[in-house]
Design a protein around this ligand. Structure first.
Ligand code: B1M
Length: 222
C-alpha cells in the first residue's frame, strides 16, 4: 500500500485526529488523519481510494481489536473522530456531482443506534450521484421517519443499523412505515444485515455498500 495511505489508516486506527491532538501519546507531534488525508489528496490519490484503502481499513482494524478485547469503547470513539476529521476533506469529491436533483432520499441510523460513519458515507455517495439527501442523523425512531415522509412525500427512505440489537428496531420501523406508506421505497444497509433480513422485514432493497444503494436508486423513477 502507498506509504501515505498506510500512515493514514494507522492514524485512524490509533485515533490520531490531527497534529495538535495529544492522543495517542506515542504519536505526539506527528501528523494526524486531518493532515495526512489532505496530503494524500494533494499528491493526487483519488478520494475513493483514500476512503476504501485507508479510512475504512483503519476503522475495520480498530473494530477487530475491539472484538478481540484489545481495544475499548473510548478507542473506537476517538478512531471515529479521526475518521470524521479525514472525511471532511474527501466529502467535496463525493458531493460535487450534478446540481439537478434526481429525487430525495431521507436517511438515518435507526432508533437505539449511534453509529453514523457508514450512514454518512452512504449519504455523501448518494448526494454525489445527484440525489437530495435529508439526513435525520442517528437514533431515528419511526415518528421522525414518518414526519419526513409527510414533508417529502415522494422520498426514498434509507436506514442504517450496525448492531444486531438495533436490527430489531429496524424491523419494527420498516413494518410501521410500510403499513402507512407502502409506495415509498425503503433501502437498508449496515454491517450485520443481509438480503434475507431485508426480505424478512419487508424492505425493498439491501445494499452492503454505498455504491450498491446509489445503483439501486438509478432504477427508481421519482
Ligand atoms: Co460500535 N460496535 N458500539 N461504536 N463500532 C461495532 C459495530 C461492533 C461490530 C464492534 C465489534 O464488536 N467488533 C459492535 C457490534 C456488535 C454487534 O452488534 N454484533 C459494536 C458495539 C458492541 C458497540 C457498543 C454496544 C459498545 C458498548 O457500548 N459496549 C456501542 C453501542 C452504541 C450505540 O449505538 N447505541 C458502540 C459504540 C460505538 C462508538 C460510539 C464508540 C463508535 C461509533 C462512532 C460513530 O459512528 N460516530 C463505534 C465504532 C466506531 C464501531 C466500529 C469500530 C466501526 C463502525 C464503523 O464506523 N465502520 C464497529 C466495528 C466494525 O465495524 N468493524 C463497531 C466503518 C463504516 C464505514 O462501516 O458502518 O459498516 P459501516 O458502513 C458501511 C456498510 O455497512 C454500508 O456502507 C458503509 C460504507 O462502506 N452501509 C450501508 C452502512 N449503512 C448503510 C445503509 C445503506 C447501504 C449501505 O442503505 C441505506
Amino acid at each position: 500500500m502507498n506509504e501515505l495511505l498506510q500512515q493514514l489508516s494507522v492514524a485512524v486506527e490509533s485515533g490520531k485526529i490531527n497534529k495538535a491532538s495529544p492522543f495517542p501519546p506515542s504519536m505526539k507531534g506527528m501528523d494526524g488523519a486531518d493532515e495526512l488525508c489532505q496530503q494524500a489528496l494533494e499528491v493526487g490519490i483519488k478520494a475513493e481510494t483514500i476512503l476504501n484503502d485507508a479510512l475504512i481499513t483503519g476503522m475495520a482494524r480498530i473494530g477487530q481489536k475491539f472484538s478481540e478485547g484489545k481495544a475499548y469503547v473510548p478507542e473506537m470513539l476517538i478512531a471515529a473522530k479521526a475518521m470524521t476529521a479525514a472525511m471532511k476533506h474527501i466529502k467535496p469529491y463525493f458531493t460535487s456531482g450534478e446540481i439537478k436533483r434526481k429525487g430525495t432520499i431521507v436517511i438515518g441510523t435507526v432508533h437505539g443506534d449511534l453509529h453514523d460513519i457508514g450512514k454518512n458515507i452512504v449519504a455523501m455517495t448518494i448526494e454525489g450521484a445527484g440525489w437530495e439527501v435529508i439526513d435525520l442523523g442517528v437514533d431515528v425512531n419511526s415518528e421522525k421517519f414518518i414526519n419526513a415522509i409527510e414533508k417529502y412525500p415522494d422520498c426514498v427512505i434509507g436506514m442504517s443499523a450496525l448492531l444486531t440489537t438495533t436490527m430489531a428496531n429496524m424491523e419494527s420501523t420498516v413494518k410501521e412505515l410500510k403499513s402507512k406508506y407502502p409506495n415509498n421505497k425503503v433501502i437498508v444497509g449496515g454491517a450485520p444485515l443481509s438480503m434475507d433480513f431485508c426480505q424478512k422485514i419487508g424492505a425493498d432493497f439491501y445494499s452492503p455498500s454505498p455504491q450498491g444503494a446509489a445503483e439501486y436508486l438509478k432504477t427508481i423513477v421519482c
